[in-house]
Design a protein around this ligand. Structure first.
Ligand code: ZN
Length: 257
């Protein structure tokens, strides 16, 4: 999702004013801005209820891996901060005003419960996959913004492009198939737990997002994924080729040579 909030901007303005008067020299926001560019991970302190999820995220280094993969492929001319924080249910998202991706510890807690309830066992592996997929979906929004692509601010069209970016990026690696199939299962589990879609949600309905990922996995390697072959997926190889070509073309200005 994309998020637009005035709160973050107001906080930054207040911090700048306090820094200017040197009332709070120790405030983190008073430090000179980093010269770093590209995707930069950062952890905020977790609320008490989210501490286990925050510790899990740090231990697994999922933000570090995802940002390293993105920066290895792309040279974004500004900083995109990837912040892990307690969001109290606001949901992970990208904020174009602050160029921040926010990954919510509380989303991890919720997703872990989905898998634990379904499988009756540990959920570290599927949860890692869901986090990888979320980070790349949000990176897709950040790149739609950075490149000012035609889908920008077009609701469902931008959401679908962000999902296709996650497919494009994850299927470049050896574990992308599993990651996307796990994310597809998470959408199925979420749809089963809450079958009424939120009318304000701009994403495709969960079952459609699940099918989009399965179609990409199958279309990218049909002979490897014969169990996924169905009549309705006959066009998936063509769909996958279009996804890869479109994102490769769109990313051209940012691709490292
Ligand atoms: Zn989104």
């Amino acid at each position: 999702m994309t998020i637009r909030r005035s709160r973050a901007t107001a906080t930054a303005t207040l911090a700048a004013a306090l820094c200017a008067t040197a009332l709070l020299p120790a405030l983190a926001a008073c430090q000179p801005p980093s010269a770093e560019r590209g995707f930069v991970p950062r952890y905020e302190e977790a609320a008490a209820a989210d501490r286990d999820s925050a510790a899990f995220l740090k231990r697994r280094q999922l933000m570090e891996q995802a940002t390293a993969d993105l920066n290895a492929l792309l040279d974004v001319p500004h900083r995109i901060t990837v912040v892990a924080r307690s969001c109290a249910g606001e949901g992970s998202g990208y904020d174009p005003e602050t160029r921040r991706i926010e990954l919510c510890y509380d989303d991890l807690t919720e997703d872990r419960k989905l898998f634990e309830d379904a499988d009756g066992g540990p959920a570290d592996e599927p949860l890692s996959d869901v986090v990888r997929e979320t980070l790349h979906h949000e990176a897709g929004h950040a790149l739609v913004d950075a490149l000012d692509l035609p889908v920008r601010d077009r609701g469902r069209a931008e959401e679908d492009a962000a999902d296709r970016f996650a497919q494009f990026m994850l299927l470049r690696g050896p574990e992308g198939d599993r990651t996307l199939l796990t994310a597809a299962r998470a959408y199925d589990l979420a749809a089963a737990a809450d079958p009424t879609p939120d009318p304000d949600d701009e994403h495709a309905p969960d079952p459609a997002r699940a099918e989009s990922h399965r179609c990409a996995v199958y279309g990218h390697a049909p002979t490897t994924h014969t169990p996924l072959a169905t009549a309705s997926r006959a066009d998936c190889p063509t769909t996958w080729t279009r996804t890869r070509t479109t994102w490769t073309t769109d990313l051209t200005p940012l691709l490292r040579r």
